[in-house]
Design a protein around this ligand. Structure first.
Ligand code: ACO
Ligand code: KIV
Length: 555
């Protein structure tokens, strides 16, 4: 016998869910304070639960499962705390969990006294595996347990008038349960509860352990609804993530007609967790669905929840991971660099958000482009140019990008790790602004127009050349060419000025000028680049020339 084998199909005919797009958000129920909390190595304290509850409310959850009051004093106290201090907003429905054990119902209901309204959620395992081998019960026993539990809830509820109670039932291990039995037991629970006209019972159909592919979950949800007799049911999902497919399962099962989804932030929950509501909700938002939840402050939410649970999300966790809006590799960086500059135009062209390698706008979830492009040995010129432009406001000409990318790559290979933006700048400075082992340094430069021919510029310069102070003079028809003419009197290889570009940094009157120069060694045609800064554009240019000449001398 093989240890693992194919899982039998559900046996649905004419399934409709694959052709049913999601156009409307389901009801969301956050079960972080129950399923999430029960799976934490250190369960949340009362204070921590309060903070967590407030975050869930702020995000916009209207249904929040707050705990298992019969399980522990902490859970009981938290329930009392919310009710006694009237901390539950009018438009929020809390729910509590209890097993199908009448002995635990009274404590559960007593914990809810004075609540204006609440959902009482009870569960019993219905799979053959669990029912027979854990609970040791027959199918008939399970019917009786449900009857007894519903009656106990009704009885306790009647003592707590005028609080209004709603019912939720979970056939635990639904996805491993014979579907006809699941339908029968759910119809039975609704019949026992006898909901008032217009009232509905939540049937929460859990993938307690993810034992099937997402398509099977969707099939089961569609078929369950076809078979259910009652018309007073809300179909709810509760997917676990053992195969890593909980988001996909839930998304397909919503297509299959589920009205409500239970899950947790970051998928915090038993084993590999519950469905991650952040991913699921933002996936629907990405599909244009109005989800009713607000994750615009997601990074602060992430930070607080990580502290509470002591479990920060993985760096690649969809939407929230620290690396999900970062690109290290050259072709990704190039594409992002080019397209973020014209993101509005792209939006016009495609009629929706579209940027290569970025499926949503990070700004929508409180993130920025700031760390989007990160540098290592996989990076290319586009990304590196992006860093220099973003951090230092300097637009690198293409030929400089090509030259500089090689230098940064050599540096990254030498250090064998990610290169910080400060290091990128240091490489830039050493390459083009203050080259190491400089033989030439500029002490002073005085350009002045000729008295008789003001279009002619006289250049007087003082330099330190190979340790000696030298004064040089020359004239030409511009301040830069006059400077070059003076410099050429030194014993340096002959060169020509190839490129001269200038830009300004900042937009005030005191903005600094930045010049980019390239010179070519006439003998071997090698090109050398220099950059210079100054508040005066001519002074910036001659500093760039000095840097380029130093590179030529260091050849
Ligand atoms: C899939 C889920 O996440 S379900 C929620 C799980 N969450 C929790 O279990 C957290 C809180 N639980 C607890 O604090 C405890 O388990 C309690 C208070 C509920 C019960 O504690 P104990 O009475 O000590 O029982 P214990 O947990 O050891 O065993 C469970 C008993 O309940 C039975 N049981 C388990 N689930 C159910 C159920 N849904 N309905 C009825 N009985 C159940 C078991 O068969 C077992 O019965 P046994 O004593 O006859 O063998
Ligand atoms: C109690 C139920 C809903 C549950 O947590 C599960 O089946 O995973």
């Amino acid at each position: 016998m093989k240890k693992y084998s194919a899982i039998p199909e559900i046996g649905i005919t004419n399934r409709t869910w694959p052709d049913t797009p999601i156009t409307q958000a389901p009801r969301w129920c956050a079960v972080d304070l129950r399923d999430g909390n029960q799976a934490l190595p250190d369960p949340l304290t009362l204070e921590q639960k309060k903070t967590y509850f407030d975050i869930l409310v702020k995000i916009g959850f209207k249904e929040i499962e707050i705990g298992f009051p019969s399980a522990s004093k902490d859970d009981y106290d938290f329930c009392r705390h919310l009710i006694e201090n009237k901390l539950i907003p009018d438009d929020v429905m809390i729910s509590v969990l209890v097993p199908a054990r009448p002995d635990l119902v009274s404590k559960t209901m007593y914990a809810l006294r004075d609540v204006p309204k609440a959902t009482v959620h009870f569960y019993v395992a219905t799979s053959d595996l669990h029912r027979e081998h854990v609970l040791g019960k027959s199918r008939q026993d399970v019917f009786e347990m449900c009857t007894a539990t519903v009656q106990a809830i009704k009885e306790e509820a009647s003592k707590l008038n005028p609080s209004k109670f709603y019912l939720e039932f979970s056939p635990e291990e639904f996805t491993d349960t014979d579907l006809d039995f699941a339908v029968e037991i759910c119809d039975h629970v609704i019949n026992e509860w006898q909901p008032a006209e217009g009232e509905q019972v939540i049937l929460n159909l859990p993938a307690t352990v993810e034992r099937r592919p997402p398509t099977h979950y969707a099939d089961m949800i569609e078929l369950f609804q076809r078979k259910l007799k009652s018309t007073q049911a809300i179909i709810s999902l509760h997917a676990h993530n053992d195969m890593g497919c909980a988001v996909a399962s839930s998304q397909l099962a919503i297509q299959a007609g589920a009205h409500r989804v239970e899950g947790t932030l970051f998928g915090q929950g038993e084993r590999s967790g519950n469905v991650d509501l952040i991913t699921l909700v933002l996936n629907l938002q990405y599909l244009g669905v109005d989800t009713g939840l607000d994750f615009s402050d997601l990074m602060n939410i992430t930070e607080t929840i990580s502290q509470l649970t002591n479990m920060p999300p993985h760096e690649r966790h969809p939407y929230v991971g620290s690396l999900v809006f970062s690109a290290f590799s050259g072709s990704h960086q190039d594409a992002i660099h080019k397209s973020t500059l014209k993101k509005d135009a792209l939006m016009e062209t495609f009629g929706r958000w579209k940027i290569p390698y970025l499926h949503i706008d990070p700004a929508d979830i409180g993130r920025e482009f700031e760390n989007l492009i990160r540098i290592n040995s996989q990076s290319g010129k586009g990304g590196i140019a992006h860093i220099i432009e973003k951090e230092h406001n300097i637009k690198l000409p293409r030929f400089v990008q090509i030259d500089f990318a090689k230098r940064v790559q050599a540096y990254a290979e030498a250090v064998s790790r990610e290169v910080s933006t400060q290091e990128v700048w240091r490489v830039f400075e050493e390459a083009y602004i203050n080259p190491k082992n400089a033989n030439l340094s500029l002490s002073n430069y005085w350009p002045y127009p000729d008295e008789k021919h003001p279009e002619i510029i006289n250049a007087k310069i003082e330099v330190l050349f190979k340790g000696k102070k030298v004064t040089l003079e020359a004239r030409d028809n511009g301040p830069i060419s006059a400077f070059v003419a003076a410099l050429k009197q030194l014993e340096i290889p002959s060169f020509t000025l190839e490129h001269f570009g200038e830009d300004s940094i900042g937009d005030s009157a005191q903005a600094e000028a930045v010049s980019c120069i390239s010179i070519k060694n006439i003998t071997d045609e090698n090109v050398f680049i220099g950059f210079g800064y100054h508040s005066n554009i001519n002074q910036a240019a001659v500093r760039a020339i000095v840097a380029a000449v130093n590179n030529l001398l260091n050849q």
